[in-house]
Design a protein around this ligand. Structure first.
Ligand SMILES: Nc1nc2c(ncn2[C@@H]2O[C@H](COP(=O)(O)OP(=O)(O)OP(=O)(O)O)[C@@H](O)[C@H]2O)c(=O)[nH]1
Ligand SMILES: [Mg+2]
Length: 326
């Protein structure tokens, strides 16, 4: 038996404590960093760059963007896993001031729903701009939840010192944890914001597979990509009372075989979408197919139709059928 010299009690305790500490330290070094997971809602008035920011933060284009207000009509989840941290970003439709149409109401409900139960809110505004529409978004912020004000489109500001009075004014807002001026289009800016956001996420198990990108189906993303091309290529004449329906989505091996309809409100819009000699619809189809192939990393065969269905934007039954009711 090994002989232990008798030690005074205090000394014994101190030694035990030191041993325990050393063990803990060794264990921490051997263990991977503790996992973090959290949900981050991206909100703001229409057209401030919420979807552009989501895509930059996720590192892949999953949310459609355009220079027209009200491009995003559905809540969309974008997941990014970086080291020990998993981020679940939620893109939302731009919050509408007017409630006149059923579609607006459904979109606003979607924003409110996304704000329940989040760990952090990214409130996107345009740097140097503040209006009643931004104020209204501010009224939706959930109390007690941290909010980062993202002042986007910084590249548009000539002479950064011009932004200082605006920043000083925003700085008075007690609801804000931080203010981050940036350009959502710049990868370096998105990475900086990502690191900042990580600090707000609680420790805990991840909510998704490490390679998850979104909770939406390929079928849904196909209709969104088509809607983006429709928005971007039809100019200002086409009102938002038009939508895309995926009639068929089949997979044969790697090939995705997709049939889709563009539904417009009037015959005059139908002619516009088809374009002279079918030039526009062909371009919509071709650009959409390229984006789909990139996103699925697979070949796509796409068939496109244009149909008229007047008054759908006010029709509750039709809204449900087309999936605007969450
Ligand atoms: N100059 C500049 N333009 C940007 C920036 N970020 C976004 N945009 C542009 O702003 C427009 C709107 O961007 P979106 O991301 O679609 O805006 P959104 O807030 O999602 O819009 P809704 O979904 O309609 O509410 C697009 O034309 C973008 O290319 C930026 O950092 N700088
Ligand atoms: Mg959007």
């Amino acid at each position: 038996m090994k002989h232990h010299p008798v030690q005074p009690r205090a000394q014994e305790q101190a030694q035990e404590q030191a041993q325990e500490q050393a063990q803990e330290q060794a264990q921490e070094q051997a263990q991977p960093e503790r996992r973090r997971f959290g949900t981050v809602a991206i909100v703001g008035r229409p057209n401030v760059g919420k979807s552009t920011l989501l895509n930059s933060l996720v590192g892949q284009k999953i949310s459609i963007t355009s220079d027209k207000a009200q491009t995003t009509r559905h809540r969309l989840l974008g997941v990014r896993t970086e080291g020990a941290v998993q981020f679940a970003f939620v893109d939302t439709p731009g919050f509408q001031l007017r409630h006149a149409r059923g579609l607006h109401r459904a979109m606003n409900r979607s924003v409110r729903g996304a704000l329940a139960d989040v760990d952090l809110v990214l409130w996107v505004v345009e740097a140097g701009v503040w209006g009643v529409a931004d104020e209204r978004v501010g009224e939706l912020l959930p109390p007690g939840r941290p909010v980062i004000l993202v002042a986007n489109k910084l590249d548009r500001i000539r002479g950064r010192e011009r932004l200082l009075p605006w920043l000083a004014e925003r700085g008075k807002d007690r609801r804000l944890a931080e203010i981050v001026p940036l350009s959502a289009r710049r990868d370096a800016d998105a990475r900086r914001l990502l690191a900042l956001v990580a600090g707000y996420l609680p420790e805990g198990p991840w909510g998704f597979d490490p390679d998850a990108l979104t909770d939406r189906s390929e079928r849904f993303l196909a209709s969104e990509i088509l809607r983006e091309k429709l928005f971007r290529l039809t100019g200002d004449e086409l009102p938002y009372g038009s939508t895309v329906i995926i009639d068929r989505f089949e997979q044969e091996g790697q090939l995705r075989r997709i049939a889709a309809s563009i539904v417009v409100e009037r015959d005059s819009h139908k002619a516009m979408v088809i374009g002279s000699g079918g030039a526009l619809i062909r371009r919509i189809g071709s650009e959409a197919r390229q984006d789909m192939q990139k996103l699925y990393d697979a070949p796509v065969f796409l068939e496109l139709w244009v149909k008229t269905r007047s008054g759908w934007a006010d029709d509750q039954a039709a809204l449900r059928a087309y999936g605007y009711e969450d």
